[in-house]
Design a protein around this ligand. Structure first.
Ligand code: CTP
Ligand code: ZN
Length: 153
């Protein structure tokens, strides 16, 4: 897309999460813990035309880089996403997300008796399966709607 067609402005410093599966931008924001009260400067494009994907979502977060745990969970809902780290308006780093063997934090186990959801919880950990995720503490498997288990921080 040429610059005069840009839908959301370029950013000076921060992270652009590009090539997000159409419809997943709000889940990406939830993974990053961004909501109306978080005070961060964020641009969101939903169902933007894309050469590679037909349509895609895109999220630009200013002044922030992502943790590996956040990137790992993003890979589960947006497997084609690219993480672009922008410094002084240039793309300083570009990475495709990779489906990890396990994910820590960010997601919460749906089992209310799981040690990770008790009063003094330990950080959640899930093995990543071909078709879902499995809690390493209680064995509960989540196959569909992983985004419904994003921890609201
Ligand atoms: N971007 C931005 N602000 C900048 C630089 C880049 O918002 N200062 C955005 C671009 O709009 C684009 C993404 O970051 O959505 C990646 O930028 P770039 O690598 O320049 O674009 P492409 O070459 O089109 O990326 P790809 O090959 O990954 O599709
Ligand atoms: Zn569990």
């Amino acid at each position: 897309m040429s610059d005069h067609e840009l839908r959301v402005s370029k950013i000076r410093d921060g992270t652009v999460i590009d090539h997000i599966a159409a419809g997943q931008a709000l889940n990406v924001l939830a993974i990053l813990g961004i909501d109306a009260d978080s005070g961060e400067t964020v641009s969101v494009g939903m169902r933007v035309p894309s050469d590679r994907l037909g349509t895609k979502d895109i999220v630009k977060v200013e002044g922030r880089e992502l943790s590996q745990d956040e990137v790992d969970v993003i890979s589960l809902i947006a497997p084609a996403a690219t993480i672009n780290i922008v410094r002084e308006f240039d793309v300083a780093e570009k990475h495709r997300v990779e489906r990890p063997a396990e994910v820590a934090g960010v997601l919460s186990c749906p089992n209310r008796r799981c040690i990770t959801t008790e009063d003094e919880p330990v950080e959640s950990r899930f093995d990543v399966l071909d078709d879902g995720i499995r809690c390493q503490y209680c064995g509960t498997i989540v196959r569909e709607g992983i985004a419904d288990h994003i921890d609201v921080r």
